[in-house]
Design a protein around this ligand. Sequence first.
Ligand code: ADP
Ligand code: ADP
Length: 229
Amino acid sequence: HPTVQFEDVVFGYDPDRTILHGLSFEVPAGNRTAIVGPSGAGKSTIARLLFRFYDPGEGRILIDGQDIALVTQASLRAHIGIVPQDSVLFNETIGYNIAYGRDGATQDDILRAAQGAAILPLIERLPRGLDTEVGERGLKLSGGEKQRVAIARTLVKNPPILLLDEATSALDTGTEQAILETLRRVSENRTTLSIAHRLSTIADADEILVMDHGRIVERGSHRALLRHD
Ligand code: ADP
Ligand code: ADP
């Protein structure tokens, strides 16, 4: 089974305005699929449907062949790790922020996640390490460092599916490149759906779907799509 499948999904927030017009695509197991398109195309709506914040009006969404309409939101959260655009950190320790959402994470789990997110060197330089408070009264993290904590928070759950929702679009160019490189490594051989509004940030995707006005208007590899431009 492809791991994530949208089958003829029709959806609108209001009954008189359809946002997704019969959307079909799949993310095969271990592959990276990216969705790109202008603001308002419906990309975030796809993420919200995947987490069952809303249910489709028509069509089905399947994970490992199972209709997610039959699955609880808690179970979906356990399966899907999300790296959002603006990660919110708590005014707590780095360790707390990484382990958040995963009860029973050990110190080793947390350090491994920090390593995967390439934030371990920073943590090791801090006198109090993982016990360092972040936020207003503690360590000020840069935007890129915050994103790395968010990536570690996702990795600690070891989710089979990764959802990158504009994960680098709030960062400056230099930081973005570094985080993209980390995300490339993290998503290797992991079923990944990446939402982006610029083609340049998803060059590593196995397949790119170009969306506009709630429809897939083109699909192909990065190279194939660039040839059309
Ligand atoms: P994208 O992520 O591609 O920018 P969205 O999925 O956020 O696009 O939005 C797709 C369309 O749905 C837009 O026209 C947007 O105005 C509309 N929309 C998004 N959220 C809501 C909502 N909560 N209620 C009504 N319309 C919404
Ligand atoms: P948990 O902490 O519940 O295990 P995660 O930390 O993996 O879950 O976060 C997943 C949750 O993040 C989603 O279920 C949703 O509540 C929330 N979330 C944050 N940003 C987004 C977004 N852009 N789209 C969808 N869900 C989001």
